[in-house]
Design a binder for this molecule. Structure first.
Ligand code: GDD
Ligand code: MG
Length: 361
């Protein structure tokens, strides 16, 4: 295929357990992030780098992906879907998706983890890959907590010397950023029909057998949105323009209001908050750095900070929500204070704290 016809596989089969209860109703890559399904931001950045054909490797809630994006033509892309009845792991998912690739054996294929926001230069990563005639080229970034990621040391020439997935004893702060360029024939060599982890099996195997695995180090904006705190941060960073996204459905600013959203005079809304379609914030409320899904409501004088309010969730007047995840349609009565990592399941009702028992004096 012509060089400009670049293909990508998106790994979107994970269950997103760390983002429950939000991921009970939608898979992580479809959660509304700065007003659009998260993948729209990845699609837009991939398209800008020349990707024209995408294969989505789905498993958990697979049917929702095609419903969201169809054949991709509305986005100027060609999108195909493959399904794993039993999740095959990252390598098994890539191998399964290869059946729908159009590239020849020597062509580069881009692989993206479906939960990473990255501002790095994919074209420059592809250049490193082609120049080194590598089997695989990994985007690498430095983070303060490498034990939570794939630890990836490189030598002076940029060649990867080891791949240590989630090791308690990282040898460097340099980690796998979840964007790979694979030479097509290397994908076809992954065993088919069984669970394979690229991180635990494919990468260590390639390195051990002396194949060229390159690191492409770039310290642009990078964030894995796998936890509630990171999800909220990624969304508000997009709204504030800290990472430019062609998919942002409005101007960059202190907050983004989707169609039908209402913010009353005298409410304070900032920090990159998204106010979902038909969501409503009343006078005197304060909403900082949060994500309000469609139809969420925040009452007068309530405070919502660094939190996610699911679709139709209601925060009554005077309640305080800090670093919390409130499930779809849950109702938090007035006077409640929820902080630091609290998660409220969908449809739960927390009554007003002012309720009194007859035995109370
Ligand atoms: N199709 C498919 N099948 N996709 C899967 C499967 C599977 O069985 N398992 C996971 N995925 C997808 C997830 O949906 C996600 O988009 C991506 O693969 C990575 O899975 P995570 O569960 O988010 O992994 P992680 O964040 O703990 O670690 C990975 O990403 C880090 C960077 O963000 C690893 O690749 C680390 O090495 C890396 O540092
Ligand atoms: Mg992740």
């Amino acid at each position: 295929m012509p060089r400009e016809e670049l293909e990508a596989i998106l790994l979107v089969g994970g269950k997103g357990t760390r983002l429950r209860p939000l991921t009970l109703s939608a898979p992580k890559p479809l959660l509304p992030t700065a007003g659009v399904p998260f993948l729209r931001h990845q699609f837009a950045r991939a398209a800008a780098a020349g990707v024209t054909h995408l294969v989505l490797a789905t498993s958990y809630r697979a049917e929702m992906f095609r419903a969201a994006f169809g054949d991709g033509s509305a986005l100027g892309l060609s999108i195909d879907y493959v399904y794993e009845e039993v999740a095959l792991g990252t390598g098994g998912g890539i191998r399964n998706a290869a059946s729908l690739l159009r590239s020849g054996p020597d062509d580069p294929v881009v692989i993206l983890n479906g939960d990473v926001l990255s501002g790095h230069d994919l074209g420059a990563q592809l250049d490193v890959h082609r120049k080194a005639e590598a089997a695989v080229t990994l985007h690498l970034v430095e983070v303060p907590d490498p034990a939570a990621f794939g630890c990836v040391p490189t030598d002076a020439a940029g060649r990867v010397t080891a791949f240590l997935e989630k090791t308690p004893h990282p040898v460097t702060n340099q980690i796998n950023a979840g964007c790979y360029v694979f030479t097509r024939s290397v994908i076809d060599a992954i065993p088919a029909g069984r669970v394979v982890s690229v991180e635990r099996e494919t990468f260590p195997g390639l390195i051990g057998s002396g194949q060229t695995v390159m690191g492409y180090v770039e310290t642009a904006y990078w964030l894995d949105l796998g936890t509630p705190a990171a999800f909220v941060q990624g969304s508000s960073d997009l709204v504030q323009g800290k990472l430019a996204s062609p998919a942002l459905p409005g101007p960059v600013g202190p907050y983004l209001a989707l169609p039908g959203a209402t913010v009353a005079d005298g409410a304070t809304v900032d920090g990159g908050t998204t106010v979902g379609a038909r969501a409503h914030i009343e006078a005197g409320a304060e909403v900082h750095g949060s994500v309000l899904f469609d139809g969420a409501r925040v009452g007068a004088g309530a405070v919502v900070r660094d939190s996610v309010l699911g679709a139709g969730a209601q925060i009554a007047e005077g309640a305080v929500i800090d670093t919390a995840v409130i499930g779809d349609r849950a109702v938090i009565g007035s006077g409640n204070e929820l902080a630091k990592g609290v998660r409220v399941w969908p449809d739960v009702r927390l009554d007003p704290t002012s309720i009194r028992f007859s035995s109370d004096a």
